[in-house]
Ligand binder design. Structure first.
Ligand code: SF4
Ligand code: MG
Length: 327
C-alpha cells in the first residue's frame, strides 16, 4: 500500500537556557493510505512533539535536528509558507485535544467550517463551501440545524465531532489526532471513538492516533508505536499486543498496567519509577533504570533497532548478537 506519511530518522529538540531537551530521537515510522496507526507513551514521551512536527506546527524554541517528514511523498519542511498553507488541511490535518480551544467561541459552526475551507482553498466559492459544511455535518451525524449554533451551545462530544468535521473538510489523506477524546468523559469518549472509526471507514483517510491511553489505541489502530523518552521502542501489529507475546519490557509494563479482570479480583500492576530527564538521558538504553530485565550492556550501549517477526524493537533482549559483541 502507498505510504501517506514517512518519518525518517527524525530527531527534534527544544532549545532551553540550560541546554537541549531531546524530545524526539531517531524516529522512523510509515503510515499507509487508509491505515490507523497508534502512537502511545506517557506524558513527556515525545508523542505530541511528533504530531506537531509532522504538521510543521512546532513552537519557536523547537528544532528539527535530523531527519525528514514526508506526506504523500512531499517533504513537509521543503514547502514555502504559502505552499504549506495549501498543503495543510487539504493533504494533512490535525484534531487537537481540546475542542474548546480549537473552535472560535464567537463564530457559528457553519462560519468556522466555511472559513477553514476557504482559507485553504480560496479557489472555491462560499456557496460550495456551505454545501460542503452541510455534508460534513451529516457525516459526523450532527443535525444541520446546528450549523447556526455557537460552540457553547453544543455538548463536549458534539464539539469534538465539529472539530473532526473541520479536520476532514478538505479530504486530507492523513489526519493526526492528538488525544482527541481525553478531555471527554468515558461514555462520550467511547461514542467519539466509534464515530472516528465509522467516519474513517466511510471516507478512508489514514490516522495517526496519539494517546497515553494504551488500551484505547490498541483497540482502534492496526499497528501501534510505543514511545519512551523520545524513541519508538516497539512498533507492533495491535493483534500481537497481549501478554502471551514477547514485547519490549516497557510495552510489557504497559500491558500489565491495564487492569486485568480475573475471576474474583482486579489487579493493576504499574511500572515503577519515572520517565527520564530528556535533557540528561541515561546512557545506554534510556529505560534501564526502570527495566526489570536490565543487563550490564543496557547501562552502556544503546540498543539498535531490530526486526523480530512482524515487529520492530529497540531492546537488547531481542538482539543476542549485539549483546555478545558488547560483553
Ligand atoms: Fe531493558 Fe535492556 Fe531492553 Fe532496555 S535494552 S528495555 S534495559 S532489557
Ligand atoms: Mg501531549
Amino acid at each position: 500500500r502507498e505510504p501517506v506519511l514517512q518519518i525518517e530518522d527524525l530527531s527534534v529538540a527544544y532549545v532551553t537556557n540550560t541546554g537541549l531537551v531531546h524530545a524526539v530521537s531517531d524516529v522512523n515510522l510509515t503510515v499507509h493510505r487508509g491505515e490507523i496507526v497508534g502512537l502511545v507513551g506517557e506524558s513527556g514521551s515525545g508523542k505530541s512533539t511528533m504530531a506537531y512536527t509532522i504538521m510543521r506546527l512546532l513552537r519557536g524554541d523547537a528544532v528539527v535536528t535530523k531527519g525528514r517528514v514526508r506526506v504523500l511523498g512531499q517533504d513537509v519542511y521543503a514547502l514555502s509558507e504559502k505552499e504549506l498553507r495549501a498543503f495543510r488541511w487539504s493533504k494533512m490535518s490535525m484534531v487537537f485535544q481540546s475542542a474548546m480551544s480549537a473552535l472560535n467561541p464567537v463564530m457559528t459552526v457553519e462560519t468556522q467550517i466555511v472559513d477553514t475551507i476557504l482559507a485553504h482553498r480560496p479557489d472555491l466559492s462560499r456557496q460550495a463551501a456551505r454545501e460542503r459544511a452541510k455534508e460534513l455535518l451529516d457525516l459526523v451525524r450532527i443535525d444541520r440545524k446546528h450549523l447556526q449554533s455557537y460552540p457553547h451551545e453544543l455538548s463536549g462530544g458534539m464539539r469534538q465531532r465539529v472539530v473532526i468535521a473541520i479536520a476532514i473538510a478538505l479530504n486530507p489523506a492523513l489526519v493526526i489526532m492528538d488525544e482527541p477524546t481525553t478531555a471527554l468523559d468515558v461514555v462520550v469518549q467511547r461514542s467519539i471513538l466509534d464515530e472516528i472509526r465509522r467516519i474513517q471507514e466511510q471516507v478512508g483517510f489514514a490516522i495517526l492516533f496519539v494517546s497515553h491511553d494504551f488500551s484505547l489505541v490498541a483497540e482502534l489502530a492496526s499497528r501501534v508505536a510505543i514511545m519512551y523518552a523520545g524513541r519508538i521502542v516497539e512498533l507492533t501489529p495491535s493483534h500481537l499486543l497481549n501478554l502471551s507475546e514477547r514485547h519490549h519490557p516497557y510495552t510489557e509494563g504497559l500491558l500489565k498496567a491495564i487492569p486485568q479482570l480475573t475471576a474474583d479480583e482486579v489487579t493493576i500492576q504499574g511500572i515503577g519509577g519515572y520517565p527520564p530527564d530528556l535533557q540528561d538521558l541515561p546512557p545506554g538504553c534510556a529505560f534501564h533504570p526502570r527495566c526489570p530485565y536490565a543487563m550490564d550492556v543496557c547501562r552502556r550501549v544503546r540498543p539498535a533497532q531490530v526486526r523480530a517477526g512482524e515487529k520492530v524493537l529497540e531492546c537488547h533482549l531481542f538482539n543476542e548478537a549485539e549483546v555478545k559483541a558488547h560483553v
